[in-house]
Design a protein around this ligand. Structure first.
Ligand code: HEM
Length: 406
């Protein structure tokens, strides 16, 4: 009978609010004094009928201790609160609990944002990440089919010129080699359940996942060292200048044969790769360190506070970003950011590897022997060749071999 009455009053209530009014408004004004502010029978009935119930009241009010049943009565052990009230308080972090563990995250028994993160990681992150990498490979294949290998156009094989010293090449391969291993083990961690388990089974994946995690965590130091070395070695050659605009306006001659815009040691395309490596490398290292030392290096709440103060997130429709978060939430944001940066980084590096190997004749020599064909160098880095030749002449003149004017 009570149910029928409630249902009638509900229907009536909704009807007078012209049907269009948000049903949460009705629940907000509900009288919950009989339960000391906790869930009422009416709330339960509304939920059973599929009507919306504003969950906010649960966050702030999980029942009154004063209205608690005596310890000897039914519900006595939980006081006035039902079990679901207790779990809800745990979920929203309002339960009055104490834990013996001193870990910063131990006080969070249920973490409300965890499901959102899990779904994001297995959902859009994996899906769009795979699209980005797959799409980049398709584009590069199309470029190769349409443009073909970029050949040395003049007379090659006459002489060579030293492009990168042993130390420069060491820095490159430390950075590149560790990056490739990190990329592979990172992808295994993200896609392992979906891809490796169906192929090799749980036992094999367990071994692979453990090894993968160990390698990923430890190789990260080589990557960071490589990042420092390449930055120190090449930063001076990568300062943007007006010449880069000319190079960019001609798309570096990548799409047309016989076009070779002048460049010094690094052209504008390489400068973009260099700065991409530095910016993404620093960002991926910072979020990686945050993951490597759980709960010790939280950085997202602070970053979000700074971003909020600029007004940018609000401007692009993201609203105010959370400035207070559970320790686990910090880790979850670090994981998502680490992966997003990794996907962008990998897509960029796919293009770099393409142009440094199969895409351009003569390029790879710069990073193997360090000596490139002088004709290749004149076509792609004409001003750099002129600088090197001038420096050689000056050095020879100083040594008294030839005159500087020669
Ligand atoms: C196996 C894969 C790779 C190959 C074949 C390769 C090849 C090359 C070559 C040939 C150069 C010199 C280009 C020139 O002489 O002008 C170069 C430069 C460079 N590489 Fe790689 N590389 C590889 C992987 C990577 C990776 C994984 C990274 C970073 C994560 C990287 C970062 C750089 C940077 C920053 C430069 C200097 C800027 C530039 O030339 O774009 N490389 N690489």
């Amino acid at each position: 009978m009570l149910r029928i009455l409630l249902a009638i009053s509900l229907i009536f209530g909704l009807a007078v609010s012209a049907g269009a009014q948000d049903s949460t408004t009705a629940t907000d004004s509900m009288d919950r004094s009989s339960t000391g502010g906790a869930t009422t029978l009416e709330d339960i009935l509304r939920r059973q009928e599929g009507l919306q119930v504003d969950p906010e009241y649960r966050r702030s009010n999980t029942g009154s201790a004063d209205a608690a049943a005596d310890i000897t009565q039914q519900l006595g052990t939980l006081g006035g609160a039902s079990e679901s009230d207790v779990f809800r308080a745990l979920r929203y972090g309002t339960a009055d609990i104490s834990v013996t563990s001193r870990s910063p995250a131990a006080g969070t028994i249920i973490q409300d944002g965890g499901i959102w993160w899990l779904q994001a990681r297995e959902g859009w992150l994996a899906t769009y990440g795979a699209y980005l990498l797959g799409g980049t490979l398709v584009l590069l294949t199309m470029f190769y089919v349409l443009r073909g290998k970029i050949r040395i156009e003049g007379q090659s094989g006459v002489s060579t010129i030293l492009r990168f010293t042993t130390f420069e090449r060491f820095g490159h391969w430390l950075f590149a080699g560790s990056f490739l291993i990190l990329g592979l083990t990172g992808l295994l961690t993200l896609f392992g359940r979906k891809v490796v388990i169906p192929l090799l089974g749980h036992d094999a994946f367990s071994t692979i996942a453990i090894a993968s995690k160990w390698v990923h965590n430890n190789i990260s130091w080589a990557f960071m060292l490589g990042l420092i070395i390449i930055t120190v070695n090449w930063i001076a050659h990568n300062i943007p200048n007006r010449l880069d605009l000319v190079w960019l306006s001609k798309a570096g001659g990548l799409f047309s044969k016989g076009v070779h815009p002048p460049a010094r040691k690094f052209n504008a395309g390489q400068k973009m790769i260099f700065w991409g490596c530095v910016v993404l490398g620093v960002s991926i290292s910072a979020s990686g360190l945050s993951l490597l030392f759980p709960f010790e290096l939280p950085m997202f709440a602070k970053t979000f506070a700074v971003l909020n103060s600029t007004g940018l997130p609000q401007l692009v429709g993201l609203g105010t970003l959370p400035e207070v978060m559970a320790p686990q939430e910090e880790m979850q944001y670090a994981q998502l950011w680490h992966s997003i940066v990794a996907f962008v980084f990998m897509a960029m590096i796919f293009a770099h590897i393409y142009i440094g190997s199969v895409g351009m004749e003569g390029a790879i020599d710069a990073m193997t022997t360090g000596e490139v064909d002088t004709q290749w160098a004149k076509e792609h880095h004409s001003l750099w060749v002129a600088e090197v030749e001038e420096a050689d002449r000056a050095a020879a003149a100083k040594a008294g071999q030839v005159s500087p004017a020669e």
